[in-house]
Design a protein around this ligand. Structure first.
Ligand code: AMP
Length: 213
């Protein structure tokens, strides 16, 4: 399966991606996590990306497309992948179409997780990320397992003002992709309000239908 996961920041894509990859045997490609790793390691790409990320802006398309080109070359993605956080602009979506055409592969579907913005601002204030694994937790709804040595921190771009700006960026630059993939008959909208289990139930229903198509 080759899946794109669209939706505003803080809608729960990261957490649900982990469930999907565990149950459907595919690998996740999270461009946000890749960038954060570069930032922590202090690479040139990391330094350049950090300027955009901390302001809640998008990292330029050419850098992101280069990342995806080198990720999709890796043999572990031959069986399938779930793209979490890419594409985020029409230019990235068209580049992805080109890369996939070159490999002779097609997308299975595009999941669109929808959560009202007021709800996201509330949720994200209690989101914490583990520095070592990149896994995200919510202090109330998805608390970290007790007894595990995690290095939880609040991402700089998860502070309220930056989150609000990221939502504006999502509306103007990423939301047009819903139309793009709907016109190809690939988009499936999912109401992301509810417990993690409820939302995951809706996701598996869609994915199981794809398998049996
Ligand atoms: P995320 O973890 O997906 O919320 O991504 C965190 C930040 O990384 C975003 O706010 C952007 O600054 C940057 N980023 C991640 N993926 C992309 C992308 N596909 N295009 C541009 N910027 C991205």
């Amino acid at each position: 399966m080759r899946i794109i996961f669209l939706g505003p920041p803080g809608a729960g894509k990261g957490t649900q991606s982990q469930n999907i990859c565990r149950d459907y045997g595919i690998r996740q490609i999270s461009t946000g996590e890749i960038l954060r790793k570069h930032t922590t390691e202090g690479t040139e790409l990391g330094k350049e990306a950090a300027n955009f990320m901390k302001r809640g802006e998008l990292v330029p398309d050419n850098l992101m497309i280069d990342i995806i080109i080198s990720e999709l070359k890796k043999p572990e993605f031959a069986k399938g992948f779930l793209l979490d956080g890419f594409p985020r602009t029409p230019v990235q979506a068209e580049a992805l179409d080109g890369i996939m055409a070159k490999y002779g592969i097609k997308l299975t579907c595009v999941l669109v997780l929808e959560v009202p913005h007021e709800e996201i601002v509330k949720r994200i204030s209690l989101r914490r990320t583990d520095r070592k694994t990149g896994k995200t937790y919510h202090l109330l709804f998805n608390p970290p397992p007790p007894g595990e040595a995690l290095e939880l921190y609040q991402r700089e771009d998860d502070h309220e003002d930056t989150v609000k700006h990221r939502l504006v960026v999502y509306e103007s630059r990423t939301k047009p992709l819903i139309k793009y993939y709907s016109s190809m008959g690939l988009a499936h909208r999912i109401n992301g309000v509810g417990t993690l289990e409820e939302v995951y139930g809706k996701i598996t229903k869609i994915l199981d239908e794809q398998i049996h198509k």
